[in-house]
Design a protein around this ligand. Sequence first.
Ligand SMILES: Cc1ncc(CN)c(N)n1
Length: 225
Amino acid sequence: MEEKKDGLGVIAKWVKKHASLYEAATRHPFIESIRNGTVDISSFRRWLGQDYIFVRAFVPFVASVLVKACNETDDSSDMEVMLGGLASLNDELAWFKKEASKWGITLSDTVPLSANIRYCSFLKSLMSSEVEYTVAVTAFWAIEAVYQDSFAYCLEEDSKTPEELKETCARWGNEEFGEWCCSLEEIVNRRLQKAPDEVVQKAEAVFLRVLELEVEFWDMSRVGI
Ligand SMILES: Cc1ncc(CN)c(N)n1
């Protein structure tokens, strides 16, 4: 079992331990290009179409985490945090449709690229009832935290994010979403603190895999692999 000797939660320790991969996922050249105003709009359009497909696959994954929270948690307030995440995905899907029409993207014609297919298969594998709640909720936190951290960075005071992309950045970079991610992180830390070593190891591996898949996802916006 993990102990909190230095005041840092397990997640903060992992972010420190795997700083270069965490940075690769949250300070990717695509994100840097939004932040410094040089973003290639065709990359942005590609990302938008692919992310809509991803979010559609993300909904059943989040629903599976909610079910696990209801069945396995030691704290009944977890359910509300998961439900909040699921509810915001409803708005997110509507937002994607509105945004796609603004940029002239036909979502029904968008074909998932291989990095997206890999990521969606990974989500599916985590939906299995054999995957513990602690492991699944770690993945949920990591997936949301990468977007929160990346897009909040694009909204910092010295950023040169183009006006027309600020709404996109605010979708995940806003303070309220940041606070919700912190609530999720607290749940993950609480679970990891009590989990057997074997589950903690699985959760760390899942955290790292999410970071790799997020890097590949951003890469897709540039090269269409
Ligand atoms: C690939 C990816 N990762 C995370 C998120 C945030 N829900 C997203 N929309 N897309």
